[in-house]
Design a protein around this ligand. Sequence first.
Ligand SMILES: C[S@@+](CC[C@H](N)C(=O)[O-])C[C@H]1O[C@@H](n2cnc3c(N)ncnc32)[C@H](O)[C@@H]1O
Length: 407
Amino acid sequence: MPDEPAPDALTQLRWLRTPEGTAATARAAALLAEGADLLTGLARLRAEVGADHAGPAWELARLRARARPVFGADADVLFLTADTLEQAGRPALAARRAQRLLSGEVDSAVDLGCASGTDTVALARAGATVLAVDTDPLARELTAANAEALGVADRVWVVAGDAVELVDAARGGEVAGCAAAVLDPARRAGGRRQLDPDRWSPPWSTVTTLLDRAPHAVVKVAPGLDHERVPAGVEAEWVSAGGSIVEALLWGRAVSTVWRRASLVHGDDALELTAEADPGPAPSGPVRGWLHEPDPAVIRSGLVSLVAVDVGATLVDPTIAYLTADAATDSPWVSSYRVDEVLPFNLKKLRALLRTRGVGRVVVKKRGSAIEPETLARQLRGEGAGTATVVVTRVAGAPTALVCDVR
Ligand SMILES: C[S@@+](CC[C@H](N)C(=O)[O-])C[C@H]1O[C@@H](n2cnc3c(N)ncnc32)[C@H](O)[C@@H]1O
């Protein structure tokens, strides 16, 4: 387990939870809302609450303001550090996961690495009694503070514990006596992303042991996780919002219902695309009048061929996740571009073509090409008033530019 944190981090957090700390943080929030800069704000706070407390109160108010767009009104009472805020998942997604995990008879859950308690709170709000575990004392204090601040402390127990040991000791489908488990391994160390799952904390071996021993489990994994790693019988889900992957999940065997799931979340709504088994690759064919770019959740989950059938499309290349079809589509699973020109990729010829079409500004997209989109967009800039999207990719193996949506 890590050493005790610098005593002042824990001491400061405990002070921030007192009525004086609450008042100082409210004062800092008011100064921030008035637009006070760091120096002025801190000077005013120091004069009002003393030099020792001004910094922590200012920092907490600043983190709460940063958390507000994602955490909503909860952010105003949350206890956070810069680290735990960075590691925290979105509460709306944690709520969605908790709902699914707790369906059926399951009413207790262990949060194996609670950080500042986003999952703990979501599980408690979904009705479970929750055992929140972390090796880090500061994380435990934050989770206890947040469970209290958000009114779920009566259903939450926060304890020191090592997830590796708890998972190794799991028996009868339970972990630490709980019927369900959430594992969200730390995938950064020293500020750097750990690409190798064996270097996550807890490591990959704990992920697979958990999925083997706890049928009611969900594990948050890196979006780039190799499909080969997904154990048999375990559903893998990729979730996107606003065109980007926001999380990737592995579901325990009692919760898994399909092979893969792509979910597109928008506020409280989610669209889902699923496959019982690997649907295999989509066929490829020549570029037609429309280019349909699948949502990243579809691509990552290996479900491009389902969308291809749905929109009557083929791949532009067997190795590239761009679809092409004769018609536009209103499928929510793709972004579409009308193809105006297709030419072998060549900067001079591309520039000349754009000039003749009166295009002065382009947005460049790429897939399967080493070009740098911003650089190419600059190189293609011209005098014309028209705009276009230039897609640089491989078509049947050849570097190709697709000039789309010329306006
Ligand atoms: C990515 S964070 C969890 C974030 C949390 N689910 C949320 O959304 O706010 C991972 C947490 O696991 C804790 N952790 C890492 N290894 C652990 C272990 N072996 N046992 C218990 N906790 C561990 C870290 O201290 C950290 O707080």
